[in-house]
Design a protein around this ligand. Structure first.
Ligand SMILES: Nc1ncnc2c1ncn2[C@@H]1O[C@H](COP(=O)(O)OP(=O)(O)O)[C@@H](O)[C@H]1O
Ligand SMILES: Cc1ncc(COP(=O)(O)O)c(N)n1
Length: 266
């Protein structure tokens, strides 16, 4: 059984964060584990409070896992503050970490800063060089590069700039573009495009978390990066198509193992 770890924040309403990650791992038939960086009080309408977990406990959670269990892939999501970032980077650097996917979570769909703006530099300096794949959405790519992204040509320029920050692969997600939801992969040489039809729904809470967890799941299954993203993109498209309302705001994606199996996605 392949084992996948998420290092991320808890979302009390279950649509994003640790909860979305673990659901995605299970839907891929994998064993999911978690290191919780922060607990958020959150629902479909907003984020109402955050408690960062102490760096001591974050370090102990990581050590508890890696000292005992072999981990096939790791996904990092909400990391909140500079001290958390430094602790994760320092602790992970003591282990052979395979297949690290970093989703540089910054601002929730409701506008709450899940990463303190001053922690951006630490994320770039300490975490990005450890990544096999980094998966910014367009607003995140804009913050990381300092450039405005309006269309595909801008995405390409941003991908080249982020690649210089030393991840192995950069995937810029186009969910925030107007027309098609095109994602762009750059490996330092070539660009690869992942097209999918834009699904007309407001229920996209947790789409970024789900995509990065699906990529980590596929890497744990020893797929190549390009194939892992292809399969993850198919997964997120079905998960968004099946998304539903659970409250008054932005609803979650759907992780339905049997459905995806029937569709031949897993
Ligand atoms: N309305 C949509 N229809 C189809 N795919 C979407 C839609 N919104 C997002 N996606 C896809 O979901 C994934 C997550 O993207 P995005 O929403 O940009 O990330 P984030 O949740 O980090 O903002 C990407 O593969 C993106 O192309
Ligand atoms: C704890 C936590 N982590 C991440 C997100 C971002 O979610 P999304 O995938 O919708 O960008 C969130 N809202 N809450």
């Amino acid at each position: 059984m392949k084992k996948v770890l998420t290092i991320a924040g808890s979302d009390s309403c279950g649509g994003a964060g640790i909860q979305a990650d673990l659901k995605t791992f299970s839907a891929h038939g994998l064993f999911g584990m978690s290191v919780i960086t922060a607990v958020t009080a959150q629902n479909t309408q907003g984020v109402f409070g955050v408690q960062d977990i102490s760096t001591e406990l974050i370090q102990k959670q990581i050590e508890a896992i890696f000292d005992d269990i072999s981990v096939d892939a790791v996904k990092i999501g909400m990391v909140s503050i500079t001290d958390t970032i430094k602790t994760i980077a320092e602790t992970l650097s003591r282990y052979q970490v395979k297949n690290l996917v970093i989703d540089p979570v910054m601002v929730s769909k409701s506008g709450y800063h899940l990463l303190q703006p001053e922690a951006k530099e630490a994320l770039i300096r300490y975490l990005l060089p450890m990544a096999r794949v980094v998966t910014p959405n367009i607003p995140e790519a804009e913050v990381i590069t300092g450039m405005k992204i309006n269309h595909l040509e801008d995405m390409k320029k941003a991908a080249v700039q982020i690649y210089q920050m030393k991840p192995e692969y950069v995937l810029i997600k186009g969910g925030h573009l107007e027309e098609e939801a095109i994602d762009l992969l750059y490996d330092g040489q070539d660009f690869k495009y992942y097209h999918s039809q834009r699904i007309d729904t407001k229920n996209t809470h947790g789409t970024g978390c789900t995509l990065s967890s699906a990529i980590a799941s596929n890497l744990a299954k020893e797929m190549s990066v390009a194939d892992a993203i292809e399969a993850a993109k198919a997964y997120i498209s079905v998960a968004i198509k099946q998304s539903f309302s659970i409250g008054k705001g932005v609803g979650p994606t759907h992780h339905f193992y049997e459905l995806y199996k029937k569709a031949g996605l897993i």
